[in-house]
Design a protein around this ligand. Structure first.
Ligand SMILES: [Zn+2]
Length: 92
């Protein structure tokens, strides 16, 4: 009964059983803008970090509403930081 440890018929994985990539809605990558601008990026829900991989790193490219909002907040924080450096014009 000497059987090989591997190569048994029926035990090999189906080579063609891979997940097809390319459904645009589910392909995402980390938003590079948020990665740089948001100090809490790593604490986000993984889905909230993603932007559609075929789009730019903009708020509307985020796959989730929360991601979109977080991107906007990061933009605002960055703008505010830049504004402070240039001395904000006060309207009062
Ligand atoms: Zn973003």
């Amino acid at each position: 009964m000497a059987q090989p440890l591997w190569g048994k018929k029926g035990r090999t994985m189906d080579l063609f059983h891979r997940q097809p990539k390319g459904n645009d809605i589910h392909t995402g990558r980390d938003c590079r803008f948020c990665l740089q601008a948001d100090a809490d990026f790593a604490k986000r829900n993984p889905m909230d970090r993603l932007v559609a991989s075929n789009l730019e790193d903009v708020a509307s490219a985020h796959l989730t509403e929360e991601g979109h909002v977080q991107h906007r907040l990061a933009e605002l924080r960055r703008k505010r930081a830049a504004g402070v450096a240039q001395a904000l014009p006060l309207s009062a």
